[in-house]
Design a protein around this ligand. Structure first.
Ligand code: BEZ
Length: 211
């Protein structure tokens, strides 16, 4: 099944390291980061899950729940968690979904047979509180993801949901942003952006990040 930005994230019920999970119910009113990795007891995946564990406070601050997935079963995940905690010096405080029957992998198109025949690749989905898919990234097995980038995108999505702005390339929290081109009414712009803006071009209007 192919998924597009703006689609409702497919719901599922599956076993995990914290028991049976009904995905939408588990997400509740939170944002979600659902990410797959190829297999348990693999080096890059071990570092990725350790990083996610250490970013717990950052995820919580943004009202985000993280959840990992691979096609290995729960007992394997549980044994691997001990290794992750030992080698990465962290507590894995988020669930790992067991997907040995590939139910979720198929729903989210996480198996790319020309890259890895039967294992999930490194897919990652950001899902908003309305259960809409807001970001999808796919990395090869050989390259671990940058979880600071995941947080950066969440910051951008949460900011741009609230204000008529978009965030420029390499933007990070606190940097100037751009006023969306669709906003043209000068009175409305003055009301929304009391700090003013700098029009480098009529379509490129920089303004301080709204509070
Ligand atoms: C890893 O996580 O280290 C890995 C998994 C599958 C293929 C290559 C690397």
């Amino acid at each position: 099944m192919s998924i597009h930005l703006g689609d409702i994230a497919p719901d599922f019920e599956q076993d995990s390291t914290i028991g049976r999970i009904r995905f939408h119910e588990w997400l509740g009113d939170s944002w979600g980061v659902l990410f797959s990795h190829p297999a348990d007891f693999t080096p890059v995946c071990t570092t990725e899950l350790g990083l996610t564990a250490k970013l717990k406070a950052e995820f919580e601050e943004r009202n985000v729940k993280a959840i990992a997935l691979s096609v290995d079963p729960v007992d394997s995940h549980q044994k691997w968690i001990a290794d992750i905690e030992d080698t990465q010096h962290c507590v894995v405080g988020f669930p790992i979904i067991a997907d040995p029957d590939r139910t979720v992998a198929e729903l989210y198109d996480m198996i790319h047979p020309k890259a890895l025949a039967t294992l999930t690749v490194r897919s990652l989905f950001i899902i908003d509180p309305n259960k809409k898919v807001r970001l999808m990234i796919t990395y090869p097995a050989s390259c671990g993801r940058n979880f600071d980038e995941v947080l950066r995108v969440i910051d951008s999505l949460q900011l741009t949901d609230q204000h008529a702005v978009a965030t420029p390339g390499n933007w990070k929290h606190g940097d100037d942003v751009v006023i969306v081109p669709s906003l043209q009414d000068p009175a409305e712009i003055a009301k929304r952006f009391p700090a003013g803006y700098n029009a480098l071009r009529p379509y490129l209007r920089m303004t301080p990040q709204p509070k």
